[in-house]
Design a binder for this molecule. Structure first.
Ligand code: ARG
Length: 266
């Protein structure tokens, strides 16, 4: 025969089990209305790793400011993280089809993208700069009229030019990635490349200021980068924002910044 004490414990066990399953049931039901990815304990990250110093590939490894940043955010939030390279367009597709839950790629937050995706608090200020050969007479954006200008297709660099010269202006040459556009600038098939400031500074640092010069047009507006998630994935987004806040407060953000930008010209 069971002693009364054992019976009591057994009862308590059964009771707490059923309470547990009720709670579990409750939360399951709740999550049915939420987007599929809210339970993620890992950041499956896509990036377009052809954009140094934010992301690039070195010996089969994806490195850069964004990579360090997302790793630091994940660490602050106790999340696993895996970063994968894709072409620029495929990166958005991966989010749309739940192949990944985070995209970080120096992505500028703008109204058009905000309609389709959610973004973290901004983590970097940028601006489109114009890179031209040293002997170029281009001194401002308007001087690019009639010239051949390389951009990465479907980026804000392309948009700045379309807004100024019209969507169908044939001088705008779209490339899959910026390294390909820089190649064409080097071989004079292009007159200019328009791309994010820190990327221009990185190329000038690498290729040398003897060959190229930078044009910073005061009529071009600043841009802000955000980390992109699927629309409605607010649980993941608040973890990312929380992580960003932590790494800004504890000095990690500044450390990463210093690593990549300390020796850039401005
Ligand atoms: N900031 C620009 C944009 O959002 C360019 C970003 C390109 N990033 C990249 N990893 N290729 O359109």
């Amino acid at each position: 025969m069971m002693s009364t004490n054992v019976k009591k414990w057994a009862m308590a066990g059964i009771l707490s089990l059923s309470v547990f399953s009720l709670v579990a049931c409750g939360s399951n039901q709740g999550s049915e209305n939420k987007p599929a990815k809210t339970q993620d304990q890992a950041l499956t990250v896509v990036t377009n790793a052809e954009f140094p110093p934010f992301e690039s590939q070195e010996g089969g490894k994806i490195v850069g400011f964004d990579v360090d940043l997302i790793n630091a955010v994940a660490k602050a939030e106790n999340l696993q993280v895996k970063v994968q390279h894709t072409p620029w367009d495929a990166m958005f597709d991966a989010i749309d089809h739940d192949k990944a839950n985070v995209a970080i790629a120096a992505i500028t937050v703008n109204d058009e993208r905000k309609q389709k995706y959610d973004f973290s608090d901004s983590y970097f200020e940028a601006k489109q700069f114009i890179l031209v050969p040293k002997d170029s007479t281009v001194a401002k954006l308007d001087d690019l009229k009639g010239k051949k200008i390389g951009v990465q297709t479907a980026t804000t660099g392309e948009k700045v030019l379309q807004d100024r010269f019209g969507k169908t202006y044939e001088g705008i040459k779209g490339f899959d990635d910026i390294p390909a556009a820089i190649d064409d600038l080097t071989t004079k098939r292009l007159d200019a490349v328009v791309v994010d400031k820190a990327v221009v500074l990185e190329y000038v640092k690498k290729i040398g200021s003897q060959k190229f010069k930078i044009v910073d047009d005061s009529s071009i507006q600043p841009e802000y980068y955000g980390i992109l998630v699927k629309k409605g994935n607010s649980e993941l987004l608040s973890k990312i924002n929380d992580g960003l806040k932590k790494i800004k407060q504890d000095g990690t953000y500044d450390q990463i910044s210093k690593k990549y930008f300390a020796d850039q010209a401005k």
